[in-house]
Design a protein around this ligand. Sequence first.
Ligand SMILES: Cc1cc2nc3c(=O)[nH]c(=O)nc-3n(C[C@H](O)[C@H](O)[C@H](O)COP(=O)(O)OP(=O)(O)OC[C@H]3O[C@@H](n4cnc5c(N)ncnc54)[C@H](O)[C@@H]3O)c2cc1C
Length: 249
Amino acid sequence: MRQVTVQTVEQVTPRVRRIVLGGETLAGFPAPRPGAHIKLLFGADPNGSAEPKKMRSQMRTYTPRFFNPDTNELTVEFVLHGNGLASTWAAQAQVGDPLTVAGPGGGMDIPEPLKTMVMLVDESAIPAAGTVLEALPADCTPIIICEVEDDREQRALSSIIEVEPTWLFRQEKAARPGLLLENYLPNLLATVKDFDDVLWWMACEANTMRRMRSQLLNQKEAVSKDRLVSRGYWKSGASNHPDHDFGES
Ligand SMILES: Cc1cc2nc3c(=O)[nH]c(=O)nc-3n(C[C@H](O)[C@H](O)[C@H](O)COP(=O)(O)OP(=O)(O)OC[C@H]3O[C@@H](n4cnc5c(N)ncnc54)[C@H](O)[C@@H]3O)c2cc1C
């Protein structure tokens, strides 16, 4: 558990705030693996007498987007979805506000050689998609599909690697979260020539992730499980969705 304070707050898009957390306690923070996560503890004193269950209810899972070991600063990008402990905190965050960070954990190994990486994400996983993108072998082609609210939510996924994702806008189609990703998947599958060359990475709302996972595993030319990484980053109607929902059950 590391106690940090807010150093800067930047409104990146109408629904995303980039918050830099800093403090001497971040010295030695391990370099996160692609797709890794941290736990953020809101409002409870980690050294206080809060019961573990209560403390867990005040934790949320986020992506360590950048860590700068020279300044001990950790960047996190929050979706302002309007209804939750973390989202509300981020919407109101000001320089100097305290927060507690634990981790990093999780993340993935990227197999090499890798010809094509297909990423299907919603806005909650755009920071993680950026970390994966930056870890791909130089000759790997990324194909990235991002579902977001509207065209004002388009943004660069990385300041190092230039890519042109396909953007899907919910508001244009009056669609529920995840529907546009699900509907897009068959088009994508039709373009794949050799499934052995592709690693699929999907991170989004949990029910959407399950439906897309099942499409990939059950289609005629099924994707093999070891070429598929699926993550439920949040779940419609559920607070504090676990950080290890891989869609396997
Ligand atoms: C490995 C991992 C990495 C993640 N990285 C990031 C990240 O970098 N940035 C980020 O913004 N999120 C990230 N998430 C998702 C984040 O943990 C969840 O969105 C979390 O539920 C937010 O907590 P909250 O307190 O705001 O809402 P909660 O209290 O958990 O939920 C309250 C309500 O809001 C809904 N809700 C939660 N998240 C969303 C959403 N994104 N859109 C619409 N409705 C939502 C829930 O269904 C619930 O009804 C990550 C999740 C995982 C598992």
